[in-house]
Design a protein around this ligand. Structure first.
Ligand SMILES: [Zn+2]
Ligand SMILES: [Zn+2]
Length: 355
C-alpha cells in the first residue's frame, strides 16, 4: 500500500471525511479542510499535493474508502436473509422454527413453492449492525489499519465497543469461511511464479513467500515463516495446489529449497523449473504492501495468526483491491473468475456454497 493510500485510510478511520452532497466531500487533515469533488471523470482535491502531481492524494483515497464502506453499508441494509436459494424469491417463504448452533439461535425458513427448508443466510443471523461492523472491520484491516485502529473506528462510527481480540476473532472466522469458498474456484495456471522476500520484525527475520499465476498475476498463495527451508517452500506449494491446477512450469528466483520442494510436491510437473531473477517491476506491488503490513502486524505472534493474515491478504489482493495497473479492476475481474468485489458478497457466496 502506498503512503497516500494508508494515510487515506487513517483519515477515514479518524472520521475526517464528510459528505456534503453527491460528489462533494470535505476531508479534514492536519488542521485544515480540503474539498474533494468529482469533476468530469475524476476526483479532484484542492490540496498542494494534488495540485502539484495531479494524481490521487490522501484526501482522495480517504473519499474512495469512504465510498467503499458506504457501499458495504447499503448492501448490508438490503440483505434479505429469507430469500429462497432454489427460486431466489421470498414471497412464499414462511418462518419455520429456530435451530441452535454454536453461535446461537438461527432462524429457519420454509419455501412453500420449492417445499424446501433453509436457514437464515446472512451469516450474521439478522444482526445488521454487527454485520456492518464485521464487514467494515475486514475491509479496513486488509487495507492497512491495525486491529486496534479497527476497534477504535468501530467505536467511533457504530458505537460498538469491542476489543482488538474480538476484531481478530471476526477476521479469523470470516477469512476461513471465504477461503474455503475461494479454494473451490480453482485458478487455471500453467506457470507458477514463486518468489520470496525478507522483513525484519523486532530483530527477527521474517520471510514472506508468494506464488503468482504468471499470466493473470493472481496471487495463488502467500506463506509467512521464520525459516527459509525446504519445508516452508513445500508449504507454499501445498497451499498453491489447493487453489490452482497443477502447473507445467514453476519459475523461481533460484532458491535451492524450491528445487527439492518441486521434486517432492510437484514431481510430475512436465517441464523443468525455469529459473529467473526477480523482476522487481512485476512482483513489486505484492511485496511492497505486504512488507509494510507484516512489519506492523500484532497478529503475527502465532503461526495461526500469520496463516490467517496470509490467506486474508490473498483474498483482499485478488478480489477486493482495485489495481491501478488493471484499470481499477481486481485481478479476479481481470482474469474473469469472480466478479464480486467486497467482503460481504464473498461471505454470502461462501455461505451459499456451503449449503
Ligand atoms: Zn488532497
Ligand atoms: Zn423457493
Amino acid at each position: 500500500m502506498s503512503k497516500r493510500r494508508s494515510a487515506g485510510i487513517k483519515l477515514l478511520a479518524e472520521g475526517s471525511v464528510m459528505e456534503i452532497e453527491e460528489g462533494k466531500f470535505i476531508v479534514r487533515s492536519g488542521n485544515r479542510n480540503y474539498r474533494v469533488t468529482w469533476s468530469r471523470d475524476k476526483w479532484v482535491c484542492e490540496c498542494p499535493d494534488f495540485e502539484k502531481r495531479n494524481k490521487k492524494c490522501k484526501h482522495i483515497y480517504a473519499v474512495m474508502y469512504y465510498l467503499a464502506i458506504k457501499d458495504i453499508k447499503s448492501a448490508v441494509s438490503s440483505l434479505d436473509d429469507r430469500k429462497c436459494l432454489q427460486c431466489g424469491k421470498s414471497d412464499m417463504v414462511i418462518k419455520k422454527g429456530i435451530r441452535y448452533n454454536k453461535s446461537g439461535p438461527v432462524q429457519l425458513y420454509y419455501c412453500k413453492r420449492c417445499k424446501r427448508k433453509f436457514s437464515a443466510r446472512t451469516g450474521f443471523s439478522g444482526m445488521k449492525k454487527r454485520a456492518d461492523a464485521i464487514v467494515s472491520a475486514l475491509d479496513l484491516y486488509f487495507r492497512g489499519l491495525s486491529l486496534r485502529q479497527v476497534a477504535q473506528h468501530l467505536k467511533a462510527s457504530y458505537n460498538i465497543q469491542v476489543s482488538h481480540k474480538t476484531v481478530h476473532n471476526w477476521i479469523k472466522r470470516y477469512v476461513r469461511l471465504v477461503n474455503e469458498f475461494v479454494k473451490s474456484v480453482k485458478i487455471e495456471s500453467s506457470r507458477w511464479h514463486a518468489d520470496e522476500t525478507v522483513v525484519k520484525v523486532k530483530g527477527e527475520h521474517i520471510r514472506i513467500w508468494s506464488l503468482l499465476d504468471s499470466e493473470t498475476r493472481l496471487v495463488i498463495a502467500v506463506h509467512i515463516s521464520k525459516s527459509r527451508g525446504v519445508d516452508e517452500a513445500k508449504k507454499l506449494f501445498e497451499n498453491g495446489l489447493e487453489k490452482s491446477s497443477k502447473p507445467d512450469e514453476v519459475v523461481t528466483d533460484g532458491l535451492r529449497s524450491y528445487e527439492t520442494a518441486v521434486e517432492q510436491e510437484l514431481s510430475d510437473v512436465i517441464r523443468p523449473i525455469f529459473t529467473q531473477r526477480r523482476d522487481e517491476q512485476q512482483d513489486g506491488e505484492v511485496f511492497k504492501e505486504l512488507k509494510r503490513r507484516v512489519k506492523s502486524l500484532e497478529s503475527f505472534k502465532t503461526s495461526e495468526g500469520a496463516k490467517t493474515f496470509a490467506e486474508g491478504y490473498s483474498i483482499y489482493y485478488n478480489f477486493i483491491k482495485e489495481h491501478d495497473s488493471l484499470d481499477n479492476q481486481t485481478p479476479a475481474q481481470f482474469a474473469g473468475i469472480i466478479n464480486n468485489r467486497n467482503w460481504l458478497d464473498l461471505i454470502q457466496r461462501a455461505l451459499e456454497a456451503k449449503e
